[in-house]
Design a protein around this ligand. Structure first.
Ligand code: ATP
Length: 435
């Protein structure tokens, strides 16, 4: 078997897309080399990586083509298609001669996992591909070899896979507005749901599967099942589809999240963190909502006054109605917060309500005359001004809460590629999926 890994071919301004380059390589392998292409892997790497153009995607093609010929063909396609005029585009190609499911060396498997959750150096990739005798090629600074090598190791590094069926535009139309019939997208999305997800955002009325960028993609349909994503794509009425390709992917799996703790969460990584809401949610300029997370009440450092273990969490304006969920939190609620930490702030992707504060302490009402009592002085409790009835403490009043225990998530229009939609299931509490 031969595995062709590629990455870093596109530019934000000029378009192109590494999935398209991979689809083109696969097409040539089939036609020019009469090879079998068994799978195309679309791997989303660490979304916090600063070098990414958009979604930090790397691609691998699994084929029975002779590795030397596959290498030459892939290199030729990369030289032709990669947007190397953009100095931030640094294409990389790595070709391995082994079975991607069973023969991946441990180091390459670990490298793939690290590329999804951590930050790697070009030298790490170079050392590893030399050690295993992989063929490689690059231009620019060669950073693309990181993603290309990670794509080779991904199949054994990860356990959970989903599918995306991508339809591409005719090249003459690239950069022009896409002609896609909205009604047909919503109807197809309804037919495919819940096996197919994040096709549209019903709340925002948005066709999420149709990108706005200048590149070659017409639409991409994501889901749990290869046949259903294809069927939904074929139901969409649009301008002519020039090409299409099914990808096996780690999208929608939450594989970027690691379990962490408030005190040790670092920038540039994504976490699942347990904590207790430590500030009233606050909407700031631009409509972004902020709330602090403190240690859970039973943690040894809970209640420490210095706030060293507090982490600001934010739901940015583009997360739309998710912000109402965050605004509904109250000090003392116990939650699990998920998202990437960047500049000391956790960008919320989803959270689970574990325990809600159900009561609040209020000034008591006189049991005899039903008037609000008054403070009887410092540490002296409360007293009714009319009848003199006294009580030692504040009263507890039941709170109406707009949240229930379980998971809440950003809507499809704000979903990160790798984030797992709640509708996919497998969560440790009830879910409140957005669609
Ligand atoms: P698109 O989604 O449009 O294909 P992109 O968002 O995938 O673009 P790239 O152009 O591929 O972005 O740029 C990402 C670069 O970062 C690549 O060179 C890749 O090798 C590198 N990279 C990916 N993951 C890591 C990591 N964990 N550590 C360091 N570098 C990484």
């Amino acid at each position: 078997m031969t595995v062709v890994g590629i990455d870093d071919t596109d530019s934000r301004e000029r378009g192109m897309c590494t999935t398209y380059v991979a689809a083109q390589i696969a097409e040539r392998l089939r036609t020019a080399e009469s090879a079998t292409v068994s799978r195309l892997l679309l791997v989303r790497l660490n979304p916090a990586v600063e070098y990414k153009t958009r979604g930090n995607a790397a691609l691998a093609i699994h084929t029975d083509c002779d590795p030397e010929r596959a290498f030459a063909l892939a290199r030729d396609r990369l030289e032709l298609l990669a947007e190397t005029d953009d100095e931030r585009t640094n294409p990389g190609l790595v070709v391995a001669e082994h079975d991607p499911d069973t023969e991946v060396p441990d180091g390459v498997r670990r490298f793939a996992r690290a590329a999804i959750r951590d930050h790697l150096e070009i030298a790490d990739a170079v050392a590893l591909l030399e050690r295993h005798g992989y063929r490689s090629w690059h231009t620019g600074n060669g950073r693309g070899r990181i993603g290309a090598l990670a794509a080779i190791g991904a199949r054994t590094a990860l356990e959970e896979w989903t599918y995306e069926f991508i339809s591409y535009r005719e090249s003459e139309r690239w950069g022009t507005p896409r002609e896609v019939d909205r009604e047909s997208v919503f109807a197809a999305a309804d037919d495919g749901y819940p096996a197919v997800w994040d096709t549209v955002d019903r709340g925002e009325g948005e066709t999420v599967c149709v990108p706005h960028t200048p590149g070659p993609i017409l639409h991409g349909i994501r889901g749990d099942d290869p046949d259903t994503v294809r069927t939904v794509a074929e139901r969409i009425e649009s301008e002519p589809v020039a090409d299409s390709q099914l990808f096996v992917t780690n999208q929608g799996t939450d594989v970027h999240l690691r379990d962490g703790s408030l005190g040790t969460a670092e920038d540039g990584r994504a976490y699942r963190l347990e904590g207790q809401v430590a500030s009233e949610p606050e909407t700031r300029r631009g409509g972004h909502v902020f709330v602090d997370l403190g240690p859970p009440a039973d943690a040894p450092t809970a209640g420490s006054a210095d706030g060293a273990e507090r982490l600001a969490c934010t739901a940015f304006e583009p997360t739309k109605r998710f912000r109402d969920r965050v605004r509904a939190l109250r000090i003392g609620d116990r939650i699990t917060a998920c998202g990437e930490v960047s500049r000391g702030t956790l960008k919320l992707e989803k959270f689970a309500v574990r325990d809600l504060v159900r009561t609040e302490r209020v000034t008591p009402t006189c049991p005899d005359c039903e008037r609000t009592m008054e403070s009887a002085g410092r540490d002296q409790g409360y007293r009714c001004r009319d009848c003199g009835t006294r009580t030692a403490e504040k009263a507890r009043r039941r709170l109406e809460r707009d949240l229930e225990p379980g998971w809440y998530e950003v809507p499809p229009c704000a979903r990160r590629h790798v984030a797992k939609p709640l509708v996919r299931g497998g969560f440790d509490a009830p879910t409140h999926p957005e669609r």
